[in-house]
Design a protein. Structure first.
Length: 406
């Protein structure tokens, strides 16, 4: 094996490659930003190789938050989030706000984020981080595609028919977004939009997917009702976030045949554990019952074999940054996910969500060395994810003990 001068061997107490178990006596060899080998410590020690001992600590993949909003300030009122976003855009402060939020995520062990609705100013932040400014890898959708009276119209690109849907997608791709976000139903933050109604026709969504595919981009759909999920699936989107299965009256309308079709197509679903769900998860019996009913559709999806990632929606109302670990507790209570599944939901599954399933989210040879080191075993005690000691991106130490390095 020929190694570069910067090759290093990490020797932690435990290694976890989700959804696998915690393994003892394993070391992880990293070179040129990637994992080269994972195996018994004594077999990977070469003469002259730099060794990084991590006694008593657990090494696992950096977490991935596949749905957040770096430009939004997470205050407690919808109208105030919208007002502050507009004020930041007017003052040219969006990039600075986004970088600050991105770094809160990084320090908390999140090495990749997918931003699902910011302005194109975020692309400069993404590029600066890719160029060496410390921060998480950013996958940016830029402004979401929506309708004039639709959810996120206050920050989106409007597309009222098939031709507009196609041209909006083309323009976003040409401007350099990494993925396309389309708001296929109403949402809770936008007055006058209806979460229980679909916003786009299947034909409009097909045009978006076709154009995005032409440019090598994936499409993520925001969908808060069963009809929106059916249309997004029919159009061939790759990821469906929020994934609430309500009918127009708000009742649970889980559709097994639509779910089966989505699963066959390889759609990855997103479970949103945002601020209000965290609040409920800390509450009494009534709160927990509410959470259980809110995530009933996700439990059915998981039982039916769907891939479900967990994300925070940080930046949205009441949803602070750097709290992905707390969102996992919500998913444990609401969706019955076991610890190994919880870890996979923010690593290997989330990597599939963002289209980087072969690059990040695993501690295995060939993957990028986006790694975190935590105190304790998160498979036994989820709180260990809140004790992030070190964060590496592409093999470089970028955060330690709650601070950015470099
Ligand atoms: Zn969102």
């Amino acid at each position: 094996m020929t190694l570069g001068p910067a090759a290093r061997l990490f020797v932690p107490e435990l290694v976890i490659d989700p959804p696998g178990p915690a393994r003892r006596g394993q070391a992880v060899l990293v070179d040129a930003g990637r994992i080269v080998a994972v195996g018994p410590d004594d077999e990977l020690r070469f003469d002259g190789l730099a060794v990084e001992p991590l006694p008593g600590l657990t090494l696992l993949p950096g977490m991935i938050d596949a749905h957040l909003h770096l430009e939004f300030r997470p205050v407690d009122e919808d109208a105030e989030v919208i007002r502050l976003l507009a004020a930041d855009h007017a003052a040219g402060a969006s990039a600075e706000v986004a970088l600050g939020h991105a770094r809160i995520e990084l320090v908390a062990g999140v090495t990749t984020v997918r931003d699902c609705a910011s302005s194109l100013a975020l692309l400069a932040v993404r590029d600066a981080i890719a160029g060496g400014v410390p921060g998480p890898r950013i996958i940016a959708t830029g402004p979401p595609i929506t309708k004039a009276a639709g959810h996120l119209s206050w920050t989106g690109v409007l597309a009222e028919d098939v031709a507009a849907a196609r041209s909006a997608t083309r323009e976003l791709c040409e401007r350099g977004v990494d993925a396309i976000k389309v708001v296929t139903s109403g949402g809770t933050m936008t007055p006058g939009s209806f979460p229980e109604r679909a916003q786009f026709t299947t034909e409009e969504l097909r045009a978006i997917v076709a154009e995005a595919t032409l440019h090598g981009r994936r499409v993520v759909a925001h969908a808060l009702n069963a009809e929106a999920i059916r249309r997004a699936t029919g159009a061939g989107v790759q990821s469906i976030d929020h994934a609430r299965w309500n009918d127009p009256g708000g009742a649970d309308a889980y559709d097994p045949s639509a779910a089966a079709q989505a699963i066959r197509q390889g759609v990855v679903f997103g479970l949103t554990a945002s601020g209000w769900t965290r609040r409920r998860a800390r509450g009494g019996e009534e709160d927990l019952a509410y959470l259980r009913s809110a995530f009933a559709g996700h439990r059915r999806l998981i039982a039916d074999g769907a891939l479900v990632g967990v994300h925070t929606d940080a930046g949205a109302t009441e949803t602070r940054f750097g709290e992905l670990a707390e969102s996992l507790r919500v998913a444990a209570v609401g969706a019955d996910l076991a610890p190994a599944q919880l870890l996979a939901s923010v690593t290997s599954i989330a990597a599939l969500t963002v289209g980087l399933g072969d690059e990040i989210g695993s501690v295995a040879p060939g993957y990028r060395a986006d790694l975190i080191v935590v105190a304790g075993n998160p498979l036994v005690d989820l709180d260990a994810l809140e004790r992030v000691q070190r964060v590496y991106r592409d093999g470089e130490l970028v955060a330690a003990d709650g601070r950015i390095v470099g």
